[in-house]
Design a binder for this molecule. Structure first.
Ligand SMILES: [Zn+2]
Length: 326
């Protein structure tokens, strides 16, 4: 039987199957053929270019209904990988250009599209996300949208985008707003910058989790600190390898971080961009590090513990993780 999985780090647009985006672009006569290779996959060869292709693909998504269709397409893929619970990053910048009323419409459409999947065994929750390279003003705007829609479905606030833009403290105001609204916090760090970026992010944004954070391994004092604090890392090994951060699965630090007591979890980030799925991540990790089912179940438990949903939802999902649960 396929192991049940918990995914904490998934960008909704980044999970869009290329065929879905191509079809949508065709319907709307938007010309984005240049972002695909001859086999119809997303084409990029650096992180910068990846961000450009990502934004071009996202330009085909222009209405709440597009996001509803996207949500269904993504959840079908996740369900096929045995995902029982998933948190997805949704950006008010892409969903309504930072306008609160428009954001509410997008969010409503996404929630409605996800609801029928719940009784089928896969639950979705949202994390409103600001885009770092769009700057602190737009981050504040995104935080305002997040605050106004915080609740049992929109459970967190986060930051993605280009880690090389600005410093974490530039975004502290946005994160403070979100925290005051009761949202749980996560931010990408320690992917393109080193251990200091992880330290600054924890200190200045007071996040519960770190997106990636894997380069903490370059400073073992920080690794000990993370283990002690219980900071959860949303590791996305396939993404890191596809973007050239590590030359192969065996060289990825997730195993070493885990061995040193850091709470690591496994996610796909932007699966079709990186030619991965949750099932594939589990298979590659099992292969690379001899992780058995017990180890993989332990990782899923850590992820569920670190999920931003309410306790009642967590208890309900926990049942899906029990061995023998169909
Ligand atoms: Zn990410």
């Amino acid at each position: 039987m396929m192991l049940p999985k918990i995914e904490l780090h998934l960008h909704l647009e980044g999970a869009a199957p290329p065929a879905f985006i191509r079809g949508l672009a065709r319907e709307k006569s938007i010309d984005i053929n240049g972002i695909f290779d001859e086999r119809g996959r997303y084409r990029f060869d650096s992180f910068r270019q990846f961000l450009k292709v990502y934004e071009a693909a996202t330009s085909a998504l222009t209405t709440p209904d597009d996001y509803a269709r996207l949500t269904r397409a993504v959840l079908e893929e996740s369900a096929a990988s045995g995902v029982a619970y998933c948190e997805t990053f949704i950006s008010p910048d892409f969903c309504g250009g930072g306008d609160l009323g428009a954001w509410q419409d997008y969010l409503h459409a996404i929630r409605e599209a996800a609801a029928p999947f719940d009784p089928q065994g896969i639950t979705l929750r949202g994390i409103a996300t600001c885009i770092r390279h769009f700057g602190p003003d737009r981050a504040r705007q995104a935080a305002r949208c997040a605050m106004e829609t915080a609740g049992d479905w929109l459970v967190g606030f986060g930051m993605g985008g280009d880690e090389n833009t600005g410093q974490p403290k530039d975004y502290a105001y946005a994160f403070d707003m979100a925290r005051e609204a009761g949202l749980r916090l996560t931010a990408h760090a320690g992917e393109w910058r080193g251990p200091d970026a992880v330290r600054d992010t924890i200190r200045d944004l007071r996040v519960d989790r770190i997106g990636h954070g894997v380069r903490a391994i370059e400073d073992l004092a920080l690794v000990d600190e993370l283990a002690e604090r219980g900071t959860v890392l949303e590791c996305c090994p396939g993404s890191n390898i596809a973007l050239g951060l590590y030359p192969g699965w065996r060289r990825h630090p997730i195993n070493e971080l885990d061995r040193r007591g850091v709470r690591v979890t496994v996610s796909t980030d932007d699966p079709p961009f990186f030619d991965t799925t949750m099932a594939r991540e589990y298979d590659r990790l099992a292969e690379a590090f001899d992780w058995d089912d017990g180890q993989l179940r332990r990782i899923a438990r850590t992820a569920l513990d670190a999920a931003f949903c309410d306790g009642e939802t967590r208890a309900r999902i926990l049942k899906r993780l029990e061995p023998g649960h169909a």
